[in-house]
Ligand binder design. Structure first.
Ligand code: C5P
Length: 292
């Protein structure tokens, strides 16, 4: 995430994530799934502006009226949890401009929540210990902790146990966001955990060694066939990426969907892939990158 001081407050750019690998290790007694995933942050950003409110109110204004503006929004939940932890009566006005689509597997809401924790810790001058920030992040959502560890990390447990990876990339992707979203809860409910697990090693080696072709061969997401059963039209997106041949080293669905990405051989190939995919009417198509 990118944090900038502005007059009277802070502006934060909250990135989207892509999963380059996602394996399910089993179902837990609390209903969550134990997973092993590799995530990278990409340069598709929501924008959040934070201004102190001396009245002590926490207020969210969002340019997408379909999103909740109360505690159902992870931004408000994060602000309230941090304020409760501080034991003080801080207030804030938050303006949220959305660019990351919901129900896409890009963790926009989780990234906004992580941005809120980081920004308000600074704005309210709390100096919250790192372990407490990690605990709060884990309580808010499985993907929130990752965004304090960008650009790349291995995430385990529910996703909240994060091991940061050294600098990666640059990597260039073509990203397709279909008009239909997928419910994460539905995907996990439909999933049958596998007996045999695919190892995470090859994707980490390829990522840290900058071997794009090997990375393309090791892309894997256990949730993809499940999402494609729930929303069959997603197979068209997968097939369109598969048809791009030499422009891409591989392609995958991100998280629990519905966004898909192709790993491009280089930036020019990513732009060529966008031009081709834009003609097919599969959804919003753009180039995104990480590690620039
Ligand atoms: O933690 P988060 O709110 O992101 O998770 C959303 C839903 O996804 C959970 O309520 C759960 O049904 C499912 N989930 C899961 N296992 C995970 C992460 C999420 O079953 N590791």
């Amino acid at each position: 995430m990118i944090v900038r001081p502005i007059a009277g407050g802070l502006e934060v750019l909250a990135p989207a994530k892509l999963n380059l690998f996602l394996e399910i290790l089993g179902r837990r007694s609390d209903g969550y799934h134990e997973l092993e995933t590799v995530m990278v942050a990409v340069d598709l950003y929501d924008t959040l502006v934070f201004n102190n409110d001396p009245t002590g109110a926490i207020t969210l204004h969002c340019d997408d009226s379909t999103l909740p503006a109360g505690r159902d929004n992870l931004v408000v939940l994060a602000a309230e949890k941090l304020r409760n932890r501080s034991g003080r009566e801080h207030g804030v006005t938050i303006e949220l401009r959305k660019a990351i689509p919901a129900q896409a597997g890009l963790a926009g809401g989780s990234s906004d929540a992580a941005a809120t924790l980081v920004a308000l810790d600074r704005l309210w001058n709390l100096r919250t210990p790192s372990q407490v920030m990690d605990d709060l992040a884990g309580e808010i959502g499985s993907d929130v902790a990752f965004f304090r560890n960008t650009p790349a990390a291995i995430c385990r447990g529910r996703g909240e146990r994060v091991e940061a990876l050294p600098k990666v990339g640059p990597l260039h992707f073509v990203l397709i966001c279909p008009p239909v979203g997928v419910s994460t809860v539905d995907v996990y409910r439909t999933l049958v955990p596998p007996d045999q697990h695919l190892p995470i090693g090859p994707v980490i080696d390829a990522l840290t060694e900058g071997q794009t072709a090997a990375l393309g061969r090791s892309l894997f997401n256990r949730l993809q066939p499940v999402a494609e059963t729930i929303v069959p039209e997603l197979k068209r997106v997968r097939d369109a990426l598969a048809s791009l041949g030499p422009l891409l080293d591989g392609h995958l669905m991100s998280g629990s969907g519905s966004a898909y990405f192709g790993l491009a051989r280089n930036q020019g190939a990513a732009q060529a892939a966008v031009r081709h995919l834009e003609t097919l009417g599969l959804g919003r198509v753009r180039v995104v990158s990480c590690g620039l």
